[in-house]
Design a protein. Structure first.
Length: 439
C-alpha cells in the first residue's frame, strides 16, 4: 500500500487500550439540534481501538449528534474483528452488516436501540470464496459483494524462469442476498481477468479490487494498478487507471476498462470510492502519488472529456485520499491528506520509535463547477481508516477527532459553500482510539 497505509500499521502500536463494552445503530436523516429529525431511529457511531494491524471495533446508537457528549468509555457493542470491521447499515437503520476481515465471516445484526444488537445471520465466505481476506461492500439494500483478486507473474520456463509472459490475474467474487443473508448462486472462485496483450506483456496487472457499484447488470469494481519491470523484477510507477467490470448475472464475464487521462488507483481503502449519479454515470475517485481526481464512467467507458482535480481546485495543493462521500446533485465531501504540510508525530512503532504522517483535511467538492471549499476542521486529524458518513435532512454528519483526543461531530448544510459547519456533540477517545463512522 502507499505511504499513509503503511504508516497506519505502525501508528500507536503497543499502546494501552481503554476498557470498552457496548454499541449503536445506523440510519440516514438529521436531528438539526433536537430529537425531532430522527424519525424514531437513532444515529449510529463506529469506533476503533488500535490503529495498527490488530484492532477492535465498537458501535453504539445515540439520539442526538448536534449537542451533548458521546463517549465509548465502558460503552459500545463490540463487533467480532481481527482487524477493524467493515461495517454497513441498512437505510432504515435496522440492520448492521459486518465482515470480520482475515477470518472471512459475515454477520448480520438487528439494532434494537442504544447498545442492543441481536445477531440474526452468520455466514462464512472463506470456504465459498477460497480466501479469508476477501473484502465486503454493501452495493444496495438487497445486494452485497465479497471480492478478492490476485496476480502472479508468468514465465516461459516450467521452473518459473525464462521469458516474462505477463501476470495472470484472477478474481474471486460471491454476491450476498442481504435480506436472506445467503450467498447467491453463481459464485466464481477463479475469474480470468484479461488485459490486452500489449498491457500484459508490458507488466500491467491488478492487485486489489473494492467499492463496487451496480449500473444495470454491470458491477464496477475500483482497482489498484501495478506495473512490473521484468528486467529488475520490481514494480514501477504506473501511468494507467483501471476498473474491473463484471456481469452481475454471469460473474465469469469480466473485462477491464482503462484510461490515462487520470492516473492512479480507484479501489480506495475503507472509504467508498465509487458512486452512481442520477444520470447512471459512475463517479469514481482516482488517487495518484500526489494528485486526487474524480473521473466519470459513462456507458461502460471512461469519459475522457471530464476530470475533477482536487489539488487544483484547492489552489494547487499536493493531496492524497482514500475515498469520498457523494451526497447528490454533484456535491461531495472528501477527506484528504495534506501532502504539502509538514509531517506531524502521531505515535510510536513497535520498536518505540516515533512515527509521522501528514494531517488530514476535509473538502466540500462541487463537480458541477469544478470547485472545492477547504472546510474548517480540527488540527492533527488522521482519517486513513475512516469509513462512513451520512446525510440526514440535507445535512452531512462526520465524526472528527484526533487519534487519542477529543473532537466533535461536524455538521454541514450540503447546499452551503461556507467553510464553517455546525460544531455538534463532543466526542471523546482513549489512547490509540478513534471514530471511524457515522451511520
Amino acid at each position: 500500500m502507499k505511504r499513509n497505509l503503511i504508516k497506519s500499521t505502525l501508528l500507536f502500536a503497543g499502546l494501552a487500550f481503554m476498557t470498552i463494552g457496548c454499541s449503536s445503530d445506523d440510519s440516514s436523516n438529521s436531528d438539526g439540534g433536537n430529537n425531532g429529525g430522527n424519525n424514531g431511529k437513532q444515529f449510529q457511531l463506529a469506533y476503533a481501538s488500535g490503529s495498527g494491524s490488530q484492532s477492535a471495533t465498537y458501535l453504539q446508537g445515540v439520539d442526538k449528534l448536534a449537542e451533548g457528549e458521546i463517549s465509548f468509555n465502558k460503552s459500545g457493542f463490540q463487533m467480532p474483528s481481527s482487524r477493524t470491521s467493515r461495517i454497513y447499515v441498512s437505510n432504515d437503520g435496522k440492520y448492521v452488516y459486518n465482515l470480520n476481515y482475515t477470518v472471512g465471516d459475515l454477520r448480520k445484526y438487528e439494532h434494537q436501540g442504544g447498545q442492543n444488537y441481536k445477531q440474526v445471520g452468520h455466514i462464512e465466505s472463506a470456504p465459498i470464496l477460497g480466501t479469508k481476506t476477501g473484502r465486503f461492500t454493501k452495493i444496495n439494500e438487497e445486494l452485497g459483494s465479497v471480492h478478492y483478486i490476485t496476480a502472479m507473474p508468468q514465465h516461459a520456463g516450467a521452473d518459473g524462469k525464462g521469458e516474462y509472459l505477463g501476470h495472470k490475474t484472477t478474481a474471486s467474487i460471491v454476491l450476498v442476498d442481504l435480506q436472506s443473508w445467503t450467498f447467491l448462486p453463481g459464485v466464481q472462485k477463479e475469474i480470468n481477468v484479461k488485459l490486452s496483450d500489449e498491457f500484459t506483456k508490458k507488466g500491467y496487472h491488478i492487485t486489489r479490487i473494492d467499492s463496487p457499484v451496480l449500473v444495470g447488470n454491470k458491477l464496477y469494481y475500483g482497482a489498484a494498478v501495478s506495473l512490473y519491470n521484468a528486467s529488475t523484477g520490481k514494480k514501477i510507477p504506473t501511468d494507467k487507471t483501471f476498473t474491473l467490470v463484471v456481469d452481475k448475472n454471469d460473474l465469469s464475464k469480466a473485462e477491464v476498462i482503462t484510461t490515462d487521462h487520470v492516473v492512479g488507483s480507484t479501489n480506495g481503502y475503507r472509504t467508498p470510492t465509487l458512486y452512481v449519479n442520477n444520470q447512471k454515470e459512475v463517479l469514481q475517485m482516482v488517487n495518484g502519488n500526489d494528485k486526487t481526481y474524480i473521473a466519470k464512467i459513462k456507458d461502460g467507458k471512461y469519459d475522457t472529456t471530464y476530470k475533477f482535480d482536487l489539488g487544483q481546485a484547492l489552489g494547487g495543493k499536493k493531496v492524497s485520499s482514500n475515498g469520498w462521500f457523494y451526497v447528490g446533485e454533484g456535491i461531495g465531501y472528501m477527506p484528504y491528506e495534506k501532502l504539502d504540510a509538514p509531517e506531524i508525530e502521531m505515535g510510536v512503532n513497535p520498536e518505540g520509535k516515533p512515527t509521522t504522517t501528514h494531517a488530514w483535511g476535509l473538502a466540500r467538492i462541487d463537480l458541477n463547477n469544478n470547485t472545492a471549499v477547504d472546510l474548517e476542521v480540527p488540527a492533527n486529524l488522521w482519517l486513513t481508516q475512516y469509513q462512513t458518513s451520512i446525510v440526514r435532512d440535507g445535512k452531512f454528519y462526520i465524526a472528527l477527532a484526533p487519534v487519542s483526543g477529543k473532537g466533535n461531530i461536524h455538521i454541514y448544510d450540503v447546499k452551503s459553500t461556507s467553510t464553517k459547519g455546525q460544531v455538534g456533540a463532543t466526542i471523546t477517545t482513549g489512547v490509540d482510539q478513534y471514530y471511524i463512522g457515522v451511520y
